[in-house]
Ligand binder design. Structure first.
Ligand SMILES: O=c1[nH]cc([C@@H]2O[C@H](COP(=O)(O)OP(=O)(O)OP(=O)(O)O)[C@@H](O)[C@H]2O)c(=O)[nH]1
Length: 631
């Protein structure tokens, strides 16, 4: 069940968050909202003195950020989103508006101004509903702001500078992060804490409630206008949409994770449960009415213990192409699926039921059918098929992970144990048989196609006229780049064994400006000329020594102003928060000499080869993006 019905209203919509702020992404992800991140390119340069009040500036900036993304996505012939959300957080003190500090001195000016005083934090939010009429983008804009008052203690010079040198102030409005070290500077907070962090979640949900549940005229007096409808109220108001299957359930243990962002208050408390139930309370009763002790089970640990069973169920259903059969012929009974696939009826029925419980399939009296997600991601011909990667995970990664214990003991890859062959060279290993090569290319293509838009739009790359995607495999990212930057000349450089096998993966319609494929080994051969070199999921395959070889080759052919764009899962500097990326680093341990790295580690590597102005965008999706330029 969707605990928060108003957010559930967004489940079937294509929602875009027009913000690069990792905090906004986290706040919305934590409540189960599914969205894409397309950071806005709108420059925050509106004339502050032309606004009568500081919040008007924040609201207008939020609106312009969201409109820029809505227009860009529409103009670039990407699918127009249904909803674009923009936000802008500012601090107001002594009639001055403070944004993010530009350098340490600026952070010092801001923080010393806030010392010992109360100030206001305003976040302006714009929710833009988009539609396409003919070729025109039509928008309906809803905006609002939230104010929170924060008081700082008196800050000594020493404390101030220690805080500034921590690096925390630099990407934060007013020069502090209340959710982390900055929390130590704060005497009190009056109002919504998450508003200070960057997104007023409660007000946002109320706004959605106003938009999606306008009070029926005859019952106006019964409805609390400032409430997010409770689950019960929601069921009365339901228009029949099923939110449950697509919504991420938030269980008790997850709430512990989320609260780490807000150490100074229990964000997800249940005190007011009688009237207004906010998004992700832990239900105290299960469906059978059993209470308390069931809720106290260590659900996160139990889920982790079961994780491998769920993965394997998905792998086997994919390998047996059950999602393909169900797409073409569903709904089907278990016996029909078993007959199609050639499996036992009893085993098939259990597997299908497990897939239903995992939210991959639906089950009705007519039989089993795919969910929308299964059609899109799990069928072998789905728009964003992950089938190739799933098969690679089953056939290649699973045996390697079975030897994780040895990998941890020995600190090295385990190909010899998993496949009885010593790994000579990472890629030669994949390319020793046509079957393994195609499976690996299909896997790489799945991920590249799925993440291409995030990577291509994380930064405005229009200043680069030519791009070379080193190790760009089937060209999935290259094709996306040409869609977004039609004047860009894009070359894919990869091993001859790869280039010889790309034809199967090319889009059916020929693009006006096709991608050029060049074969070679980027460690040994000359690199094609380009203004921008892309390394997507390349550096994580290699140890630092090899990376230095590659970066020095790129640096040697780069003129000043040319750039490198990395697409990787970027770890947080403390290496403790991003579990997907940290697990991926284990994945690199069992099969390569490489690893996942943090933003500062990438920055350090790039700066050693004359690249500066290193910018990192956490996309909130599979791959993050790092851009830097040659000085
Ligand atoms: O206590 C905290 N206060 C503020 C923040 C973060 O500060 C920034 C505010 O900047 P802005 O609203 O301009 O948003 P950006 O990060 O530049 O991203 P956009 O792409 O949306 O412009 C915001 O990230 C807050 O989260 C904080 O973390 N703690």
């Amino acid at each position: 069940m969707a605990l928060n019905p108003v957010l559930g209203k967004l489940v079937s919509k294509r929602v875009v968050l027009a913000s690069a702020s990792p905090r906004r992404q986290e706040i919305l992800t934590n409540v189960g909202l599914r969205f894409e991140v397309v950071p806005s390119w709108f420059k925050e340069t509106l004339e502050k003195s032309s606004f009568a009040a500081p919040y008007e500036y924040a609201v207008e900036t939020a609106k312009q950020k969201a409109l820029e993304v809505a227009n860009r996505m529409h103009v670039k012939h990407l699918r127009t989103p249904d909803i674009v959300i923009g936000a802008d957080t500012i601090v107001s003190v002594d009639e001055q508006i403070l944004e993010k500090p530009v350098d340490k001195q600026d952070a010092y000016r801001m923080l010393s101004r806030l010392s010992g005083k109360e100030h206001s934090v305003f976040t302006g939010v714009a929710i833009i509903h988009c539609s396409s009429k003919g070729n025109q983008l039509e928008t309906e804009i809803t905006d609002f702001y939230e104010e929170t008052k924060v008081k700082f203690s008196d800050l000594s010079e020493e404390l101030l500078w220690e805080y500034i040198h921590s690096g925390e102030p630099m990407d934060k409005a007013g020069g502090y992060g209340i959710q982390a070290l900055g929390g130590m500077l704060v005497e009190y907070v009056h109002g919504d804490f998450l508003n200070v962090v960057g997104f007023p979640l409660n007000h946002f949900c109320k706004k959605l409630a106003e938009l999606y549940y306008p009070p029926p005229k005859h019952t106006v007096q019964h409805i609390k206008h400032d409430s997010i409808p409770s689950v019960d109220t929601f069921e009365n108001l339901s228009d029949g949409e099923s939110e449950s299957s697509n919504f991420i359930e938030h269980k008790g243990a997850n709430n512990l994770d989320s609260s780490s962002m807000c150490p100074s208050r229990p964000v997800y408390n249940c005190e007011n449960s009688s009237s207004v139930r906010t998004g992700f309370m832990v239900p105290l009763e299960n469906q059978n009415g059993a209470s308390e002790s069931a809720a106290k089970l260590p659900s996160k640990i139990l889920d982790l213990m079961d994780g491998f069973k769920a993965s394997k169920a998905l792998f086997v259903a994919s390998k047996l192409k059950m999602f393909d059969y169900l797409k073409n012929k569903g709904p089907l009974k278990a016996v029909d699926v078993a007959n199609e696939v050639g499996t036992s009826v009893c085993g098939t029925e259990r597997l299908l039921d497990a897939c239903v419980a995992l939210g991959l399939l639906e089950k009705t009296s007519q039989g089993y059918s795919n969910t929308d997600s299964a059609n899109t991601y799990l069928t072998s011909d789905g728009e964003y098929s992950l089938h190739g990667y799933i098969i690679h995970s089953n056939d290649h990664l699973w045996p390697l992970f079975t030897n994780l214990e040895s990998a941890v003991r020995e600190g090295s890859r385990q190909n010899h144990r998993a496949f009885g062959r010593k790994a000579e060279d990472l890629f030669k290993d994949y390319y020793h048989s046509q079957e393994v090569k195609q499976r690996f290319m299909a896997a790489m293509h799945s991920i590249a196609h799925l993440t291409a838009r995030d990577v291509a739009t994380a930064f405005d790359l229009s200043q680069f006229k030519s791009t070379c995607d080193l190790g760009g495999c089937t060209g999935a990212l290259a094709h996306e780049l040409i869609q977004i930057y039609p004047n860009m000349k894009v070359t894919v450089f990869d091993l001859p064994e790869v280039i010889a096998n790309i034809s199967y993966f090319q889009p059916s319609e020929q693009c006006a400006a096709p991608v050029t494929f060049v074969s070679g080994d980027f460690f040994k051969d000359n690199l094609p000329e380009a203004d921008l070199y892309i390394l997507s999921r390349v550096l994580h395959d290699w140890p630092d020594e090899k990376i230095h070889v590659l970066l020095s080759k790129i640096s040697a052919v780069c003129k000043p102003g040319c750039g490198i764009l990395l697409a990787e899962m970027v770890l947080d500097d403390e290496k403790k928060n991003r579990s997907t990326a940290l697990l991926q680093s284990l994945n690199m341990l069992v099969q390569t000499e490489g690893k996942e790295r943090s933003g500062s580690e990438y920055q350090g590597l790039l700066e050693q080869h004359g690249f500066a102005n290193v910018k990192i965008r956490l996309t909130g999706n599979l791959l993050d993006v790092v851009l830097c330029v040659k000085t």
